[in-house]
Write a protein that binds this ligand. Sequence first.
Ligand code: PFF
Length: 458
Amino acid sequence: MANNAFSSKVGLIMAAAGSAVGLGNIWKFPYVAGENGGGAFLLVYLACVVALGLPMVATEFLIGQRSRHSAFGAFRQLNGNNRWQWLSWMCLTTSVLIMGFYFVVTGWCFNYLAEAVVNTFHAMSTDQLTAHFNGFIHSDLRMMLFSLVPIVLTAAVLWFDVNKGIEQLSKILMPLLLVMMILMVIRVLMLDNSMQGLRFFFHPDFSKITPNVILEAMGQCFFSLSIGMGALITYGAYMPPKQRVVYTSVQVAVLDTLVAVLAGVIIFPAVFSFGFNPEEGPKLAFIVLPAILEQMSLPWFSSVLFFSLLCIAALTSTISLMEVSVAYMVEVSEHWAKKNPRIKPLNRHKSVLLVAVVTIAITSLCVLSMTDAREWLSFGGHNLFDLLDDITSCYLMPLGALGMSIFVAWKMPLEGENGLTQNAKGLHRWVCIIYQQMIRWIIPIVIVVIFLYGLDIL
Ligand code: PFF
């Protein structure tokens, strides 16, 4: 089990929220919403958070709280045999693949922070901002160097085991990020045509709800809440047995969704006001945000502050992502060493090094894949970066969530002694009963149906 402990209940909620709130909310949510019909996407997304995301956050916390292990040991501990170990391998694979593209985007944030410091975006037009971004993602060396910065920082945090310091830091910085975003909302709402953007984001055009939009919304919900790959199992492992899992999950999900919606309320009015295209794809936030920040009353200060906060929000997510693999490597090597005395278990430092090296390799391939000339790194018309983004969100995380929901519903004693409803009274008891039914029936069925629809099988 990983060896970072949380100082308080609030600390744990903040750390889990720190994992959830990140680039998924501010970079990915607006561009996926923009590509999938705006209001129509938001509606399906919110439905996915309530019906799938929220219960799945509770499910991962529950697996951690009951097993007191991270993803590797949890399933064996709870099931008493190796039959569900494939799920833990899937968690490891998903976390490594996500790191491959997530660090690239975190690198973009660090690059934009550096550029904000030297006032690069001052007086740039809409076209210049777009050209600037396109130029940047085609400069392999610069992208590679800037991706390396967050990888080294994340590895350093895990190496020196200062996660607790980060937890303290995020208690101050997360509210600051929220305040900054609210100030940006106020500014964009004063722009011309901002209402058109709000209409795009809040007014659902039902004809735009297609099976693919539903699949994308489900994937985005899992990605944003960090579920389906065991990250939250690690946090659950530190929850006191009496802590109410469902309520903690509601707090994390509400905070995460609030940040995503705020990001939409910032981006879309500005998209329509400045004449950007909402379907720009992954570059959307990086061309629109500098334009908004230039309109704030202290543009230099606002840009530097915003990109600093964005980098920190991204880092709290990369820390939890990398922790999954590091904790996994420590536990798996200890397990193998017990079976075969010739194998030496990896200590935490060696695991951090190993995971960092693998991450650098995959991240570098993703960076190289973004240059059009690299055909050997594109598959079926998609470059490796897009492919990893798509495969992990739309397929691996929902599949992981499906496996975990079946595991919890049918393999973990939720009833009887030590069951969820034991000692639960009043409203809490009802919430637990509803959760049990959802995890048993609704979640697996809904995930399977969305898959079959999204893949055009139904
Ligand atoms: N939820 C994070 C975000 O929205 O940026 C991404 C993420 C972090 C996914 C950690 C998975 C994870 F384990």
